[in-house]
Design a binder for this molecule. Structure first.
Ligand code: PRX
Length: 649
């Protein structure tokens, strides 16, 4: 809460630097206002014109069909995202332009021009077809940050297969859940990848997952880590062997605008992660436009978003959005701190990166490591910085602005979600003043508001729930296989608006200040996790009777995970059990969900109706006074015990 208060008192603001503004695509508030108005007054005209900047096999009949909560964009039109990312760029004279400059963690490099990328994608697309993968089939992608991750996504899009990328840091159990939910036919993986100087294995995790997955017929394995792997005859094939004989020509399949493009799983407040479904025409139009204006792209830019393709940021702002704009981008396999905390800055200087877009948690970690690391390098090529994934505290913003941006780079603080597909709230770098801690204004077509639960718009300055009042092109279409959950989760909390799950307030200039999740979702180092998922992982351990997981503010990670656990029978908490439970959660979900703190308790504080009092646990975890109304608490002694030292591990 302290950080929210400090944000509310934040008064600093920064004008777009004149040097930036002079060359920006949009440079006046009036430009923004005019386009924004037009996008809301005439969405069909506005988005139709944008969509026409890309290639369509067949024009649409209607731009928009809205029957709450289901939307269709570009109805009747046919297009292909892989075509627009590759063939169209070659047609526009970018065949020899570099699309990807890739660097592995050990320092090995590879580059692809647009023409080369098209050939690689076509080879894999033909290979997939040869394995019987067609339109509508699901392909799981479980890879390190190597070029094949991008190639695999584009190959699926090329033939109309639906990809489901699973972050390489997820466990085999999490992979199996996702593969089963989507009923994936093929998995594209690697032997392993590099992380912090050593190889982490992926293929053995796939083998383990596949003991539980019946839908998978083929596993394609990229050789990267050179670690030993078992190849199951008939099922597992090496990527390099498969593509050797494949043709590098594969015409892109005309896809209906509303054909599914991908499923990406994300955490909600209840149950298992949900498969967010995105489709083709609206998603490409929106990601294309957001990159164009928010990153103010120029043909000579070198863009770098060091996120992972396993998250929506990687989908929209490494793969699709940048390639749709014909950009040259840097891609890096490893961690920012290997071999030293200046790896990113050394790369920015060596390659001449101009646009850098990353998460606040990383900025806070860089800040902690010390400014001597960036200071060692010439960062003058940078002209624009961005952040994504969580609120940025003004202190980290100021550090980013001063130390990385040399006070000359605008910062775009972009608010959006897996579900929104693209950036929704941000400043435009040549237009808007920035205010540290505020994401800024709604992007074109985004009708954002702050409401109470009854759907009343809140006055400027008052807090409430962030909602979007009408559909936008890259909106999720449903929760895969579960329309009811889609409706209940996003269109029912407040009548007739999209409920984002975040708290926010809008100031008197229309800037949004995002205050974090209002549900049981925690944001740990920019990774979104449901507390219910972690709880269910904990209670699947035989020693655990009950578990309640909450977030605690953390200087670097944003939030840290604290678990309150009661044990079966007469078991006692111990250091050994603490380690065992952490390892158990890692196995069930992945290291990103591992609790930072486990408190063994005799009982959990519950209301008389048996609900765990999470707010109270959040206070306790944060070391704050137990605030608020605890009059409904069933047994006040429970809280006293939890507050007493010694109940922790
Ligand atoms: O709470 C918001 C936070 O991240 C959530 C979405 O997480 P995910 O679907 O994993 O997507 C992250 C990458 C887009 C949101 O509900 N969030 C995202 N961006 C911001 C943010 N919170 C504050 N400021 C942001 N710029």
């Amino acid at each position: 809460m302290a950080s929210i208060e400090s944000v509310m008192q934040e008064g600093r603001r920064f004008r777009p630097p004149e040097s930036f503004r002079a060359r920006a695509k949009l440079k006046d508030a009036a430009d923004y206002e005019r386009l924004y108005r037009q996008s809301l007054d005439d969405p069909e005209g506005f988005w139709g014109a944008v969509a026409n900047e890309l290639h369509w096999f067949k024009p649409w009949e209607r731009v928009l069909e809205w029957e709450e909560p289901f939307v269709k964009w570009f109805v009747g039109g046919q297009t292909n995202l892989s075509y627009n990312c590759l063939d169209l760029q070659v047609e526009r004279g970018r065949g020899d332009k570099k699309a990807i400059l890739w660097e592995g963690e050990p320092g090995d490099t590879r580059t692809y021009t647009y023409r080369e990328l098209l050939a690689e994608v076509s080879k894999l697309a033909n290979t997939l077809k040869g394995l019987g993968v067609g339109k509508g089939d699901k392909v799981a992608i479980y890879l390190p940050m190597i070029p094949q991750a991008v190639i695999a996504m584009l190959a699926c899009a090329r033939i109309g297969a639906v990809h489901s990328v699973v972050f390489g840091g997820f466990s085999s159990a999490a992979l199996a859940d996702r593969v089963n939910d989507a009923r994936a036919k093929v998995i594209i993986t690697a032997d392993g990848g590099y992380r912090r100087g050593s190889v982490f294995a992926l293929k053995p995790l796939v083998d383990e997952a596949l003991e539980r997955c019946e839908s998978v017929e083929h596993v394609i394995v990229v050789r990267r880590g050179e670690n030993d792997v078992q190849m199951q005859p008939g099922r597992d094939r090496w990527y390099h062997e498969l593509i050797e004989s494949a043709s590098d020509v594969c015409p892109a399949e005309p896809m209906d605008a509303e054909d599914p493009l991908f499923i990406l799983y994300t955490s909600g407040s209840t149950g298992k992660p949900k498969g967010v479904l995105h489709t083709t025409g609206g998603y490409q139009t929106y990601t294309y436009l957001t990159v164009k204006y928010i990153f103010d792209l120029r043909d000579d830019d070198l863009y770098w978003c060091p996120a992972d393709v396993g998250w929506i940021t990687g989908h929209s702002y490494i793969v699709y959005g940048p390639l749709l704009n014909g950009v040259t981008q840097l891609m890096y396999e490893g961690v920012p701190t290997h071999p030293a905390p200046d790896r990113h800055w050394e790369m920015v200087a060596r390659y001449g990166v101009t646009i850098y877009y990353y998460a606040p948690t990383a900025i806070r970690a860089f800040m902690k490591a010390g400014e001597e690391y960036p200071k060692k390098h010439d960062l003058s090529s940078l002209r624009l910085l961005g952040t994504v994934g969580e609120p940025i505290n003004p202190e980290a913003w100021m550090w980013y602005h001063r130390v990385i941006g040399g006070e000359r780079c605008p910062i775009v603080d972009t608010w959006w979600q897996t579900e929104t597909g693209g950036i929704m709230i941000t400043t435009l770098p040549g237009v808007h003043d920035t205010k540290p801690g505020s994401a800024g204004k709604p992007f074109f077509g985004v009708d954002a508001a702050v409401m109470d639960l009854e759907g009343n718009e809140q006055e400027a300055g008052s807090g409430g729930y962030l909602v979007i009042k009408r559909p936008w092109p890259s909106m999720l279409r449903t929760v895969y296989g579960d329309d009811d959950r889609y409706r209940a989760q996003y269109w029912s909390e407040i009548p007739h608006v999209y409920f984002a799950g975040d708290g926010a307030r809008r100031d008197d200039e229309g800037y949004f200040w995002i205050m974090g999740r209002v549900d049981d979702v925690v944001n740990v180092s920019g990774h979104r996790l449901g507390t219910a998922e972690i709880e269910s992982a904990l209670v699947s351990h035989p020693a655990v009777a009950e578990a309640a997981v909450v977030g605690r503010p953390d200087e670097v990670k944003g939030q840290a995970i604290v678990a309150f656990v009661t044990l079966e029978g007469k078991r006692e908490g111990s250091e050994a059990l603490y380690q065992e439970l952490r390892a158990h959660v890692t196995k069930e979900i992945g290291a990103i969900a591992r609790p930072d703190d486990i408190r063994f308790a005799d009982a959990l504080p519950k209301t008389r109706s048996g609900k765990i009092m999470r707010r109270l646990l959040r206070n306790i975890a944060a070391g704050e006074e137990a605030s608020g109304d605890i009059s409904t608490l069933e047994d006040k002694g429970v809280v006293e015990k939890l507050l007493r030292p010694g109940v922790s591990r």
